[in-house]
Design a binder for this molecule. Structure first.
Ligand code: MLT
Length: 309
């Protein structure tokens, strides 16, 4: 019998086609992931579950997933899956770490430009017919120091793009070797050094016990006055309350956030502050990246379900 896969989030049609071409029966129900009860009622019928971020694969869902062999996350983060509960049941969890890295790095660079030149506020003011030419004085990126926290797949691309913008790049990443840093043209530094020297700080680490609150109140206080902070990685890496206070006091000159401690974020200490640019977790939201991750997850899951590899 052909294995059965449920797609319970919005995933490109190309993924559905790949499953079908590989002889896998596929149910595409892009809104099902938002309905925990309905998902729990049907999950027992499937060998594979393909998701993005809306579906939360909790222990309760897994208890009903008696035939499930693999969960494929079309994207990088797997924080919406209870991995411990999955592995207890022998369910493999796979992600697609490469498909959206360029898109996410580009969003971080876009956010850096946006906060350096106050583009969202200037745009809103111009739409309002105000023509406030002298209100929006920005800063150049050329010659500025960018501190990159986490220089892996996405952070590494950010380093490369920032160097092309003629920025000096400092990287804090315990996994980055000095050789690799030299090849990338970045200076490997300790966190305190980065905090003290960077004009812009951008985060590119997953949310783990080690990275949670990495920009804590104490660490925000160690940053250079006038720093601008960009987070397109994960909510919870930055103390949002402390950052809001530092923005109000003028110690931090601006912030650009795509991710928030609680998502969907309908309220947040950073909202409505004048020098803060916010987007709703759009880091991976390009047609190219969504196509890439959908194709990759469908290929990987098909391989696993058909060959065990
Ligand atoms: C990811 O983990 O791939 C990104 O944060 C994108 C997303 O969650 O949609």
């Amino acid at each position: 019998m052909a294995p059965k896969v449920l797609i319970s989030d919005k995933l490109s049609d190309a993924a559905v086609q790949i499953f079908r071409d590989r002889g896998i029966e596929v149910d595409f129900q892009p809104d099902l992931g938002k309905d925990k009860e309905k998902l729990a009622a049907v999950i027992g019928d499937y060998d594979g579950l393909a998701i993005r971020s809306a579906t939360k694969v909790t222990e309760k869902i897994l208890e009903q997933a008696t035939n499930l062999k693999v969960i494929g996350r079309a994207g990088i983060g797997t924080d919406n899956i209870d991995k411990e509960a999955a592995s207890k049941r022998g369910v493999i969890v796979m992600n697609t770490p490469f498909g959206n890295m360029i898109t996410t790095a580009e969003h971080a660079i876009a956010m850096m430009f946006a906060v350096a030149r106050q583009i969202p506020e200037a745009s809103a003011s111009t739409h309002d017919g105000k023509w406030e030419k002298s209100k929006f004085m920005g800063v150049e990126l050329t010659g500025k120091t960018l501190g990159v926290i986490g220089a892996g797949n996405i952070g590494g691309i950010v380093c490369d793009r920032a160097r092309a913008l003629k920025m000096k790049v400092l990287a804090y990443d315990p996994f980055l070797s000095s050789d690799k840093a030299a090849k990338m043209g970045v200076e490997k530094v300790e966190l305190d050094d980065l905090l003290a020297r960077a004009d812009f700080i951008t985060l590119h680490v997953p949310y783990t016990e080690q990275t949670a609150n990495i920009l804590s109140r104490e660490n925000i206080a160690k940053t250079k006055k006038g720093v601008r902070i960009i987070n397109c990685a994960r909510g919870g890496l930055v103390d949002e309350e402390a950052l809001a206070e530092a923005l109000k006091s003028g110690h931090v000159a601006g912030a650009a956030f795509d991710v928030f401690k609680t998502e969907p974020a309908t309220e947040n200490p950073l909202f409505h502050l004048p020098n803060v640019v916010c987007t709703p977790h759009l880091g991976a939201a390009t047609s190219e990246a969504q196509e890439n991750v959908a194709l990759q997850v469908a290929e990987q899951m098909s391989n696993y379900l058909l060959t065990g590899a």
